[in-house]
Design a protein around this ligand. Sequence first.
Ligand code: NAP
Length: 309
Amino acid sequence: MSDVRDVVIVGSGPAGYTAAIYASRAQMNPVIYEGSVTAGGALMNTTEVENFPGFVDGVMGPDLMDNMRKQAKRFGAELITDDIVEMDLVGEIKTLTDGSGNVVKAKSVILATGSAYREIGLENEKRLSGHGVSWCATCDGFFFRDQTIAVVGGGDSAVEEATFLTRFASKVVLIHRRDALRASKIMVDRATSNPKIEFLWNTEVIDVLGDAKLSGLKLRNTVDGSESERAFTGLFVAIGHIPRSELIANQVTLNNEGYVEVEGRSTRTNIPGVFACGDLVDHTYRQAITAAGSGCQAALDAEKYLAHH
Ligand code: NAP
């Protein structure tokens, strides 16, 4: 049993790193698989985080994650920058395989794989991805200096991205399928007072135009059904996320949207010894602070499980 870890944490982000901080402080010697390209999670693609308690003047998303990572390391968590590509979670000893083919065995597993960007689902959206279509304003905004670009969505992400993109673009058109945003008031106020942002209400994108590069969008009015085309050189898609649960879908019980089901207010999944936290579980709050909180709960739940086994 000496090569069997007490706990393996899959996924970084605020949930995974917080679980690692708590698990290492509880002497559970956790190993955390941070992901090969997604280490740090969604906050790595944000700029300033203004609502994480304790940072009066805000903190840059990547800095916050770097601090959490260092904090986990300080208490002895083993950090591995690789993906887990296969998991056998049923049974007392869980077996996980990483992207390099290494196998790790564990008595308990904390799943914190987060969520991925949702796509509109258009063929040309995929084809022109990286050629004008993007899901990350902070990564790609720079390439659209002095251009007219579109952002699709009506939540905090879309409004935040639109506001951020005005640093580069000459004009940002926020395209939303309804006539009201679901974003928080502070974000909406900031966007509506920004002269570079135009709102296109009751509108959906039905095609992405362009041969080698994006040249425009085909739009449909969701009220009267009328269709039109408009020239853009960039499209940022910010229409929410889908949980990254495909790897465990045949073992762990998911709800009909693909989020992991947990027991009551705990992080316990249907499989003994397997816990889930962060955006993988949460389809309601999805904040850095709630993800961190649930990562803490997962570590405490795992600790309790190990104490009883
Ligand atoms: P969200 O709140 O789920 O909003 C998604 C938006 O995309 C909605 O406006 C939705 O329209 C629209 N949408 C969904 N599917 C669509 C489709 N197929 N075609 C066109 N539009 C579509 O997602 P989010 O903005 O990514 O935010 C996720 C969570 O993170 C939220 O809890 C948010 O508060 C949080 N967040 C917080 C901050 C911050 O505090 N600084 C920043 C970013 C995100 P409908 O409105 O019609 O449903």
